[in-house]
Write a protein that binds this ligand. Structure first.
Ligand code: HEC
Ligand code: HEC
Ligand code: HEC
Ligand code: HEC
Length: 470
């Protein structure tokens, strides 16, 4: 009996130790990132931290150059984007670019040996010029994501010709021969989907196209046009979303709770500020890929392009982040290279559309076309309100299928019933003004009026105009 028990115990210990191989070796340190009881916790292991610190060590910056004196534009023959730098700064930029992108090859990586430096013979020089513009644009236009920290070539390249973390579009696996049938673009573990069975090409949909990320659906099977570009919100559609989320989490070395309170993934007010930064990050990455990377397709030689679709290597969250929640652990190399702020982005030959960044992610999520504000206790539309109505009417006239949801709100001061009535009257006033502006009544849906619990602010005395299908 005793022997049987000790046999049983040692079998248990053995099983446990075998199982432990697959587990993470302690110590694992948890850090609370949300309110108590929400389970919003980040796990860290000091051993991984050591690796991360090594990977993100900064190269030593060379002594700064004199920003004064003749400009590169006045001295050299073919400078299109660095013309505003002083000659000292220009030389420092050339040396820095060499060490960040081509430390082994040297200047001859972009300038053909024996030729004048002004010649654009090598494709790498043409690419480097566009990369300069791109770096300038990221720093100038996307402060919403990169803050004052900014980026340099090193953030992505880290001494490599091609950044280590890039992605290409995958071929549609389509119908696979044999009993597995149609794989629906899934069940092929690759790094882009965090080695899961989730869709393998979600990055094309979300990081190069404007796939809608808000897609929680209740239908099991895709019954409407599916994939992120379709309108059908199904569980299958949601899987694309999760595949992207796996990419974002693994790129930053964090789990879902770094950005979400997992009892309400969609809810912005329960999310962390980092989710807002990530929201801008998604838009920035689309801009990088569509405005800067893809137009280089004709410049790159075939051997640099993706095997499946012949596309250029593209940028994902991991290209800059490389496993850290802030690239290079938050260190700003841009501060050491102030001359990079002098890149003339206007001279770019690629179109550089100004990023359209709505006031808040929530507004973007709901497609809020306008907000009309009212004085306390009143339902009269002022001049700013009339303008918002005109804008909404114009937006509707561009798309015959689109509709408007109207929600009236009142603040929390005073009598609750009167507030509900006030919110309703405000919505009616806006509906009538829309009709007067030429919008047919059947395109206007009046939503239940609301008053803002616990809020006395002017922001809550309003009507929201929400575009549907625009
Ligand atoms: C990663 C590619 C790259 C590397 C490496 C590189 N350059 Fe350049 N170089 C460029 C680009 C791009 C321009 C044009 C910049 C512009 O249009 O504003 C340029 C322009 C120049 C010019 C101006 C020529 C003219 O008359 O128009 C000089 C001089 C120059 N580089 C010197 C160097 C030296 C010296 C090195 C090595 C220390 C070097 N470059 C390394 C990409 C590179
Ligand atoms: C946001 C990330 C990012 C930044 C910042 C960036 N690059 Fe790149 N770069 C890439 C990617 C991705 C590729 C690969 C494109 C491909 O191969 O299709 C690339 C390719 C290149 C190439 C072509 C290399 C080859 O051998 O084909 C050169 C040259 C280059 N970059 C120079 C620069 C310079 C110079 C800077 C800074 C002024 C810079 N890059 C900044 C992402 C970046
Ligand atoms: C770095 C921040 C970040 C991390 C980490 C992250 N998410 Fe997200 N998540 C976002 C952002 C931003 C959006 C909205 C994107 C948009 O609207 O374009 C989003 C949207 C979602 C949505 C859609 C919600 C809706 O409105 O229908 C779900 C579901 C979701 N995430 C699940 C996850 C899961 C599961 C994980 C972990 C595997 C995760 N997220 C990790 C930032 C993050
Ligand atoms: C061009 C480089 C670059 C790319 C690509 C990039 N980021 Fe970032 N990201 C940064 C920089 C730089 C910072 C640090 C900003 C700062 O210090 O204020 C940052 C910060 C963040 C933060 C805030 C982290 C914190 O601890 O506060 C989040 C979240 C984030 N990025 C998510 C993403 C996601 C998600 C993607 C892909 C959709 C992405 N990033 C792509 C450069 C990049």
């Amino acid at each position: 009996m005793i022997r049987a028990k000790s046999f049983f115990t040692s079998a248990l210990v053995l099983t446990a130790s075998v199982l432990m191989v697959a587990c993470e070796r302690p110590p694992v340190i948890s850090q609370q990132v949300g309110y108590r009881g929400t389970g919003m916790v980040e796990m860290d292991n000091p051993r991984d931290k050591v690796k991360l610190v090594k990977l993100n060590a900064l190269p030593e910056a060379s002594p700064q150059a004199d920003p004064n004196g003749p400009t590169a534009g006045s001295l050299y023959k073919n400078v299109q984007v660095l013309g505003n730098q002083s000659v000292g700064e220009f030389t420092r930029t050339m040396v820095a670019m060499t060490s960040w992108v081509a430390p082994k090859e040297g200047c001859n990586y972009c300038h053909k040996a024996g030729e004048d430096f002004s010649a654009d013979t090598l494709y790498t020089k043409v690419v480097a010029r566009k990369m300069l513009t791109m770096t300038g644009n990221i720093n100038a236009d996307w402060g919403t994501h990169v803050g004052v920290t900014g980026v340099t070539c090193y953030t992505c390249h880290r001494g490599n010709n091609i950044p280590t973390e890039v992605w290409y579009s995958a071929a549609d696996p389509g119908k696979v021969k044999g009993f597995t049938g149609w794989k629906y673009g899934q069940n092929t573990p690759v790094s882009a989907n965090g080695y899961s069975s989730l869709p393998l090409d979600s990055l094309s949909s979300y990081l190069a196209n404007d796939g809608q990320v808000r897609v929680q659906g209740g239908d099991a099977l895709p019954t409407k046009p599916t994939g992120p570009s379709g309108t059908g919100a199904s569980i299958a559609h949601t899987e694309w979303n999760y595949s992207l989320m796996m990419h974002m989490s693994s790129s930053l070395g964090v789990n879902c709770t770094f950005c979400h309170n997992t009892q309400a993934f969609a809810n912005w007010s329960n999310s962390t500020p980092q989710r807002v930064t990530a929201w801008y990050g998604l838009r920035m990455v689309r801009d990088i890929n569509n405005v800067h990377m893809t137009p280089l397709e004709s410049v790159f030689p075939d051997y640099r392009k993706g095997a499946a679709m012949g596309d250029v290597a593209k940028v994902g969250c991991s290209t800059c982040h490389q496993g850290a929640n802030k690239p290079l652990l938050g260190a700003s190399m841009l501060a050491d290279y102030p001359e990079l702020k002098k890149i003339s982005t206007a001279a770019s030959t690629t179109p550089t559309a100004a990023p359209v960044t709505p006031a808040s992610p929530l507004a973007a999520a709901l497609n809020v076309l306008g907000k009309i504000f009212f004085p306390t206790g009143k339902a009269d539309i002022d001049a700013a309100g009339s303008d918002a109505i005109k804008t909404a009417a114009k937006a509707l006239s561009t798309n015959a299928a689109a509709k408007l949801d109207i929600s009236g709100f009142a603040d929390s001061t005073g009598n609750q019933d009167q507030n509900m009535d006030l919110a309703k009257r405000r919505a009616f006033a806006v509906r009538d003004a829309l009709k007067a502006a030429g919008v047919a009544e059947d395109r206007i849906n009046l939503k239940k009026p609301e008053f803002m619990v616990g809020s006395a602010s002017a922001e809550s005395r309003r009507v929201d105009l929400i575009g549907i299908g625009l």
